[in-house]
Design a protein around this ligand. Structure first.
Ligand code: ATP
Ligand code: MG
Length: 363
């Protein structure tokens, strides 16, 4: 089948490679310039978007910020109604959807402006995280507040757009479920993975390396199924969670939902029989989805640095991915998957490499 992807960043490129591996054809749209791009070259093709949509059997996306113009052009070839995933691009609507579906979240309240934010914080108990309703990613568009701290400075920043206030969760860990809903309606999920964030940006993912209680997997999959069925969603989707409590007493709170392939699924490019990108293409094109395996894998994000150091290109256990982007502090420019035997090896790899691979923004 012919697959057209809205967006040609690293996620689009990786989807394109997966499509080709599965015998499908693929083109990408640079959604900023409206150019049609091939997989694996940054050289636009001399055809219009309308022609590319006409060429395609299926249109899908690498990011969920889809313009009305693109929706109009491609609506008849999208397998998920973009109107259904629109709430997931707006934190107030995303949280309301979770409430509606009975998916637990941190306690939260919406605000429309600075004066509503002031009222909420004046009565808030405990520490809070304030998030802009739209446009935030990698920790951007977020502010922290603790009781006793001045509210006024926040009104001039956080209060300048609609947003939410939510409780700061003293989580024991963060995990995510990545899975796909097939066009025939059935779904499959990978086992939960653990994610560690620094300054709100994903530093590394531990897949098959930490003990995650089995009851959390059951809950995560049940919520994945409830959500994707409600949305009529087809393809790969990720749900990020906070885990509160320990062991048998632990529970999940939904933090964020990404209706697309997700950074916390990158371990699957070398750690599974089917990557999250292959899973997306299979779900869309109607190919079989296999029982998903997980070999112990550490995914280290490469952030803001000029390149991946030579030892990580040379080591027998590493799978480096470089996105071909210019480095900027806080910008994801690659990742390195490391195949490990045991969880206790992960700490050494993280200690040895995460600082060298990550240049974050100054606080
Ligand atoms: P992404 O790049 O994943 O879309 P984001 O910037 O949109 O991230 P979140 O996922 O909401 O935003 O937050 C980033 C990280 O900040 C979380 O993974 C978590 O580590 C921390 N964080 C966010 N909200 C809370 C909270 N309520 N309590 C504790 N930590 C939080
Ligand atoms: Mg997040």
């Amino acid at each position: 089948m012919k697959v057209l992807i809205l967006g040609n960043g690293q996620l689009g490129q990786m989807l394109g490679q997966a499509a080709i591996q599965l015998g499908q054809e693929c083109l990408l749209i640079n959604t900023r310039t409206d150019q049609v791009m091939p997989v694996a070259a940054h050289h636009p093709l001399n055809i219009s978007i309308a022609d590319a949509v006409e060429w395609a059997d299926i249109v899908t996306w690498e990011h969920e910020q889809i313009s009305d113009a693109h929706v109009q052009l491609a609506a008849h070839k999208l397998l998920t109604d973009p109107a259904q995933i629109r709430p997931l691009t707006h934190r107030q609507e995303e949280k309301s959807l979770c409430d509606q579906l009975g998916l637990a979240t941190a306690p939260w309240q919406p605000f429309a402006n600075a004066s509503e934010l002031k009222d909420i914080l004046s009565n808030w108990e405990g520490k809070a995280v304030i998030k802009a309703a739209e446009g935030g990613y990698d920790g951007k568009g977020q502010w922290r507040w603790a009781p006793g701290e001045a509210i006024e400075p926040l009104l001039a920043t956080a209060g300048q757009q609609p947003g939410i206030v939510e409780s700061m969760i003293p989580f024991s860990r963060e995990v995510s479920v990545v899975g796909a809903r097939h066009r025939d309606g059935h779904h499959l999920c990978y086992s939960l993975v653990e994610n560690v964030h620094t300054q709100g940006i994903l530093s590394h993912t531990l897949a098959g390396l930490t003990d995650i209680p089995a009851h959390l997997q059951v809950t995560a999959e049940a919520w994945f199924a409830r959500l994707t069925e409600h949305l009529g969603y087809v393809g790969t989707l990720a749900i990020e969670f906070f885990v509160v409590g320990e062991g048998d007493q632990s529970q999940l709170l939904v933090n964020e939902i990404a209706p697309r392939v997700h950074n916390s699924g990158h371990w699957s490019q070398s750690g599974s029989n089917c990557s999250q990108f292959g899973l997306h293409i299979r779900a869309l094109t109607g190919m079989p989805m296999p029982a998903l395996t997980m070999q112990p894998t550490l995914m280290l994000n490469v952030i803001g640095v000029d390149g991946i150091p030579a030892p990580l290109w040379e080591h027998a256990a590493t799978y480096p991915f470089w996105y071909g982007k210019d480095a900027r502090p806080g910008r994801k420019v690659g990742h390195v998957n490391v195949a490990l035997e045991h969880g206790n090896e992960a700490a050494d790899w993280i200690n040895d490499w995460s600082n060298r691979l990550q240049m974050l923004q100054d606080d």
